[in-house]
Ligand binder design. Structure first.
Ligand SMILES: [Zn+2]
Length: 270
């Protein structure tokens, strides 16, 4: 990962001798952050801040750096301090269990997820973990071995088929209310949709995926096909789910109460 911050062991692995490191510091090619840790002048300032403060970037902040989807509200820099350091860090996180080594400036995804179990809300952790699993950044079986009991329980609610954080949160909230939610079902004439509750298809439009003209047209074609074949499509946006959930839920419940979402006759899926 190109963040530009290195521990001495990492520099050695890259083939730099102690003398070369000293020369690089004198010439300004490397900046010494603290004992044993160095940065390129163009290094990621968040990673630099975490290491300078006496830790490594971890938890939510490391996950974001790895490209994992993170819900809003986690802007503070999360760090994990090495055992011997007592520096003041913006937010000091730890993984449950025995202390882990701090060998890289940014914690790997599995360690960051272990820490984040203690820092994130359940649904936000599940959404982040869905994203990490979907991107292939971490393996479910490997993660299951290292998580604590709470983490394993949350992992059992994760789904690597989820295509966006919005979809993950929508699924988790509806299931918590005992809606029968099918993830990424394939609907004849429509294709794969994000979620299905009975006859109601829920499409979670992320900020990035539905802005091109092609996607715009494709979405309208899918909605038309769905309607013609007897489905109801509800499109919810990132803002709807994150900031207007009560309205979304009201609408889902209205359809449910009216029993309009239940599948009868030929539309029943197998
Ligand atoms: Zn944290």
């Amino acid at each position: 990962m190109e963040h530009g911050v290195f521990g001495r062991a990492e520099l050695a692995r890259l083939g730099m001798t102690e003398a070369q490191v000293r020369r690089a510091v004198r010439s300004g090619d490397l900046v010494r952050l603290r004992s044993g840790w160095y940065a390129r002048p163009d290094a990621d300032p968040t990673v630099v801040a975490a290491v300078r403060a006496g830790g490594v970037l971890s938890c939510v902040s490391a996950l974001r750096r790895h490209g994992v989807w993170i819900a809003p509200g986690y802007e503070t820099v999360h760090t994990r301090a090495s055992k011997s350091l007592r520096g003041s860090v913006p937010r000091r996180c730890r993984a449950p269990g025995p202390p882990l080594p701090t060998s890289a400036a940014v914690d790997p995804v599995d360690v960051a997820l272990r820490c984040a179990v203690l820092c994130m809300s359940e649904e936000h952790w599940i959404a982040a973990c869905d994203s990490a699993l979907e991107s292939g950044l971490v393996d479910r079986a490997d993660l299951d071995v290292v998580l604590n009991a709470r983490g394993r329980s949350l992992l059992s609610k994760c789904d690597e088929r989820s295509q966006s954080g919005t979809e993950s949160i929508c699924r988790v909230r509806l299931r918590a209310l005992r809606f029968g939610v099918v993830v990424q079902p394939k609907i004849a004439g429509v294709g794969k949709v994000d979620l299905r509750v009975g006859k109601l298809l829920i499409e979670c439009d992320s900020k990035t995926h539905h802005t091109s003209l092609e996607n715009y047209q494709n979405d309208r074609r899918r909605d038309r096909s769905a309607l013609v074949t007897g489905w109801m499509t509800m499109r919810v946006t990132y803002d709807d789910v994150l900031y207007g959930w009560d309205g979304v839920l009201d609408d889902v419940q209205t359809i449910t109460r009216a029993d309009r979402h239940r599948i009868r006759g030929r539309n029943r899926l197998t």
